[in-house]
Design a protein around this ligand. Sequence first.
Ligand code: DQA
Length: 145
Amino acid sequence: MLMKILVLNGPNLARLDIRDSSIYGDLDYTELRQLIESSCKSHGFEADIRQSDDEATIIGWLHEAADEKLPVIFNPAAFTHYSYAIRDAAALLTTPLIEVHLSNTMSREEFRHTSVISGVAKGTIAGFGPHSYVLAIIALKGILG
Ligand code: DQA
């Protein structure tokens, strides 16, 4: 039986089709979802993949992960850099949460160098385009066995 995980994506990630592909990679959101889904399956996970531009919705999903003890792969997008409310919700989890970014945020504008999420994440993977998610899935497999 596959273990269920949540893969949560923050604002603007559903519009990868019109975002800068030199920064975020060549896949649109539908293709990214397919990559995550198939990679999850081959590592023994069933992915529940969600995206929202809304902070409260994401907080609700993190509460759900905390209540149902679900591991989370999380790209908080721009919320990464300033949402203490999302950080506090992420801190409620007793299961691993892996922070993911398509781009290498540390090589970009200075405001992206701060993550208020990293301190409550098991670890962070950034800079490998869509493959960042695959690496996070492999890391999760390693942690959960
Ligand atoms: C991002 C990086 C963030 O700085 C940015 O606001 C995003 C996407 C990434 O995946 O590279 O929307 O999280």
